[in-house]
Design a binder for this molecule. Structure first.
Ligand SMILES: Cc1cc2nc3c(=O)[nH]c(=O)nc-3n(C[C@H](O)[C@H](O)[C@H](O)COP(=O)(O)O)c2cc1C
Length: 559
């Protein structure tokens, strides 16, 4: 179970002030730390859903920020639901750091955070990160140039208490902190260990108290040994710092933010049930899949799963189970065995994540679209006012057969039945679209090479786009299905044109590697049949099936 005390501490709840970062006011002072490998967009959104008020990206190399825009967008993912957000950069050349800060500001980061703390050997050998704790001159020149480059954005620093354990007087720390405040930084976050110490030993909270005492009117964030919500509040109370960074304490326990708010309000801290854990972990998987594609999502979630296991009632067993995951099927097996997951009962997307906790199977029958595709959601809005989105998460590959119509319909039925298993009273709408060139069926490419092969084969040829549709209500034991076919003729595409398309298009989750609504002119010569079907959702056919489902006498579809 989570390492939180079941009851709030005795006595009055601590009074916590909002956190001030220059012009920004953060409503609560326990925030998500920069965490390489963990504070990515998917986990930040998860932490936002558990009330994290402010997050920081992992440390990003300044030089990578100066890459061509497309490459950069691949590396850095932002979302409207993920603000206020600090982008953390690391480098050794103050002018490059300043240019990188400008890029981050233009991309929409709310705060620019400079990493002078990273203790990783390779980083230090390149004179970046924590190395600057030994070079106040370069550190302050960096602050000066960055401040001048982005005067409109709050700039913050992440420092360690010293470079070496033996730096008894911590002279460089004070020089950097004082100089940086003089140059106008909005806050300094202090990891109360030396660079040399890495993560060993205890963090020196007395040092945090000394820093706050030295800068009573400045914003100081404390970091180190905040492993529970109670630790975060204790750090603020005992050292006087203005806020606490949840780092290792947040990995695997994103509820730490909600627990901290509970404790601060004098309530018992929220204890996530196994069902809460399941819902959140499944949602995290869907977000990771949406952002990175399936293969990377499986790898990423294996890593997160190992940490989520720590609050499971059987942590050791579940940790070992996550360690063995190699595929989505393995993932689903672990979720089914240890978290009782029967389907991906999740709601995808940032807005939905921000509204977490309201959807439970059986709670509100209604209509469910069993698809993660935003395009399908948009098209369904044309004929249905109110519905929820619950992707099935199924692997369609085992359903593969030679007949494209049979394949698409079977896949749609499998999706509908999977989601129907979790929401038996809801009306489930599911669809599966595939592209078929003569006898070859194209699914979604898993990488650029596969996408290139598909587009090369489609070049100059006429192919079929088939969507299978299933409408299902488990409690009524009723299933309708149908399909729609359109024909698309591609222009003859030169290799250059394919590469240009692949540079810009989001092709990974698209059957046949193309999106007609984004790339029609560049790729398509002629379309015969229903355009919406090629987008992935034949609205007219779906409407007919829905009418038939509600009024069986019209005979519009097969049952
Ligand atoms: C896996 C991991 C990755 C981290 N990555 C970063 C990073 O990219 N940037 C940074 O400033 N600090 C990073 N840190 C340091 C944390 O933000 C935090 O200062 C440190 O873990 C001390 O807090 P804790 O003892 O409560 O975990 C990382 C820490 C861990 C454990």
């Amino acid at each position: 179970m989570p390492e939180v005390s079941p009851k709030p501490p005795q006595g009055a709840a601590p009074i916590l002030k909002p956190l001030r970062l220059g012009p920004l006011e953060i409503d609560f002072p326990v925030v998500l730390a920069a965490l390489a490998g963990f504070s990515d967009l998917s986990y930040r959104l998860i932490c936002r859903s558990t009330t994290a008020p402010f997050c920081t990206t992992e440390a990003m190399l300044d030089r990578q920020m100066l890459l061509d825009g497309k490459l950069r967008r691949k590396l850095i993912k932002l979302d409207p639901a993920d603000h206020p957000l600090a982008g953390q950069i690391m480098g050794f050349d103050p002018t490059v750091m300043a240019r990188a800060a400008v890029v981050l500001a233009e991309m929409g980061f709310d705060v620019i955070d400079l990493n002078f703390a990273c203790p990783v050997r390779k980083v230090l050998s390149k004179k970046r990160g924590g190395f600057l704790m030994s070079r106040p001159d370069i550190a302050l020149e960096t602050v000066r140039l960055v401040r001048a480059a982005v005067p409109e954005k709050p700039v913050t620093l992440k420092l360690r208490r010293a470079f070496l354990e033996t730096d008894a007087e911590h002279a460089a720390f004070w020089e950097i902190a004082r100089g940086a405040f003089d140059l106008g930084v909005a806050a300094v976050a202090v990891h109360a260990r030396s660079v040399d110490q890495k993560y060993r030993g205890r963090a020196d909270w007395d040092f945090l108290a000394r820093v706050k005492a030295a800068f009573p009117d400045r914003t100081i964030l404390g970091s180190g040994d905040v492993l529970t919500a109670a630790d975060a509040l204790r750090m603020i109370r005992e050292t006087g710092v203005d806020g606490a960074l949840a780092a290792r304490g947040a990995i695997g326990n994103p509820w730490i933010f909600r627990q901290a708010r509970d404790l601060a309000a004098g309530r018992s801290p929220f204890q996530p049930s196994l069902e809460d854990q399941r819902e959140l972990i499944l949602r995290h998987f869907e977000l990771a899949r949406e952002i990175y594609g399936l293969r990377r999502a499986v790898k990423i979630m294996r890593n997160f799963g190992i940490h989520y296991a720590r609050i499971h009632p059987h942590p050791a067993k579940v940790r070992m189970a996550f360690v063995g995951i190699k595929s989505e099927t393995d993932w689903q097996g672990v979720m089914a065995e240890h978290y009782g997951a029967t389907a991906h009962s999740t709601v995808v997307g940032a807005a939905a994540v921000a509204n977490e906790g309201t959807d439970r199977p059986e709670a509100a029958p209604g209509i469910i679209l069993a698809s993660a595709s935003p395009r399908r959601g948009e098209l369904l809005k044309r004929i249905v006012d109110d519905f929820r989105i619950v992707p099935s998460g199924i692997d369609e590959e085992p359903l593969r057969e030679r007949n494209p119509v049979g394949y698409a319909v079977r896949a749609a039925i499998a999706k509908a039945e999977t989601v129907g298993g979790a929401y038996p009273h809801a009306l489930i709408i599911a669809a599966d679209t595939l592209v078929c060139l003569e006898n070859e069926i194209f699914g979604k490419p898993t990488d650029r090479n596969e996408a290139r092969d598909m587009l090369t084969k489609l070049s100059g040829r006429r192919h079929r786009v088939v969507t299978g549709i299933a409408i299902y209500r488990k409690s009524a034991d009723r299933l309708l299905h149908g399909h729609e076919t359109s024909w698309v003729t591609f222009k003859t595409l030169e290799p250059d044109a394919i590469e240009r398309y692949l540079d810009t298009a989001n092709y990974l989750d698209k059957a046949g590697a193309y999106v007609i609504q984004e790339s029609g002119d560049a790729l398509v010569e002629k379309l015969e049949g229903d355009y919406d079907n090629v987008v992935g959702f034949p609205v007219g056919k779906v409407r007919d099936l829905l009418l038939e489902f509600e009024h069986p006498a019209t005979g519009a579809a097969k049952s």
